[in-house]
Design a protein around this ligand. Sequence first.
Ligand SMILES: N[C@@H](CCC(=O)N[C@@H](CS)C(=O)NCC(=O)O)C(=O)O
Length: 108
Amino acid sequence: MTPVPQTNLIPASTPNQTKLKLYGGVKTRTPMVQWYLEELGIAYDYISLNISAGENLKPEYLVINPMGKVPAILDGNLKLWESGAILLYLAEKYQKKPTLLDESAQVT
Ligand SMILES: N[C@@H](CCC(=O)N[C@@H](CS)C(=O)NCC(=O)O)C(=O)O
């Protein structure tokens, strides 16, 4: 997937009309989330931050994740970080999470 340019980290258009945005970087935990998005077949834009250059600590990214870490997603108005939380959110949103507690415990 081709990364989109860094200039506008938050899309100018109405968030609800935009594709999910995945913010990540090389040699990070981003591929876990990217893999799951691909598995689910969800359209998304990948914004690759240069962690070595400190792009994750710039104010425009801290609006997405005040902790300055990747991965993070912007889904509509929702800003979410922590790879595990993102995976659970996606599983619940796309109804891939088991409803039975004992089954759910196997994947969480
Ligand atoms: N527990 C977090 C860890 C996030 C994290 O530490 N990300 C690293 C890359 S894997 C990061 O953003 N490092 C950049 C920095 O600390 O400046 C998760 O699973 O998402």
